[in-house]
Design a protein around this ligand. Structure first.
Ligand code: PGA
Length: 251
């Protein structure tokens, strides 16, 4: 199965010109990527660059969506708007948005709106800390259950889950996660999905890893039936590192 690599540009770069330069460099550097789907998620104002994407491997995504579908919601963006700009995937529930006050209920509403607009949500989950008692497992389990509330079996095929432990994200991260830590969570997430939707859907569920992914650790997470792909923050802003990540995970 082909792997998925999501580039989450966050609030970067700062100008339209730089966004176009970055897109071109990422497309060029990754043009020989085999069996990989690359989803580039720029900030909203740069979504227009979908028209400039020349590579068939590169697909447009967004980093967020409003919880309402239209009307008097100043500053918000709807799933239909994203779809009309060419986005096919949308990240929801990123920890940086949860820190800004988004809870599972709001994320669930966003996710259901995306599905209605035929967009694929990339649902981010992950704990702030790991405790010896294993409470972090049930914490992530609750996030998944609440965020997927009301999602039908058939809609599950359009959802991607990204496990992103908060302690491993960003330049202020405590440490890198290990493959074992990811695998434990992957098995747990599959069990949660299996309990709600059955073994078949759990089996085909796409689960990504995110949090300080770099060219050195990318292969560890993905190889030998590990993650189905990666969600990359910082290193997606550096075309050479991003292409090294893609090279590191090819079969
Ligand atoms: P990072 O970000 O790769 O810079 O840790 C990942 C993310 O937050 O999505």
């Amino acid at each position: 199965m082909s792997k998925i690599v999501v580039a989450n540009w966050k609030m970067n770069p700062q100008s339209q010109k730089e966004a176009e330069v970055l897109l071109n460099a990422l497309s060029k550097e990754t043009k020989n990527a085999k069996n990989t789907k690359i989803i580039i998620c720029p900030p909203f104002p740069f979504l227009y660059i979908s028209k400039k994407i020349k590579s068939k491997k590169v697909i447009l995504g967004a980093q967020n969506v409003g919880k309402d579908t239209e009307g008097s919601h100043t500053g918000e963006v709807s799933s239909s708007m994203l779809s009309s700009l060419g986005a096919r995937y949308v990240i929801v529930g990123h920890s940086e948005r949860r820190t800004d006050g988004e809870d599972n209920k709001i994320i669930n509403q966003k996710l259901l709106n995306l599905l209605k607009s035929k967009l694929s949500p990339i649902l981010c989950v992950g704990e702030r800390n790991r405790d010896k008692e294993g409470e972090y497992l049930s914490f992530v389990g609750e996030q998944i259950k609440e965020c997927l509330s009301g999602v039908s079996k058939s809609q599950m095929a359009n959802i991607i889950i990204a496990y992103e432990p908060i302690w491993a994200i960003g330049s202020g991260s405590i440490r890198e996660a290990t493959r074992e830590e990811f695998m434990e969570m992957k098995i747990y997430i599959k069990k949660i999905i299996s309990d709600i939707y059955g073994a078949k859907i759990a089996h085909s569920m796409i689960i990504l890893y995110g949090g300080s992914v770099n060219p050195l650790n990318a292969g560890t997470f993905v190889s030998d039936d590990g993650a189905d792909g990666l969600l990359v923050g910082r290193d997606s802003l550096n075309p050479k590192k991003f292409s090294a990540i893609i090279n590191a995970i090819k079969d």
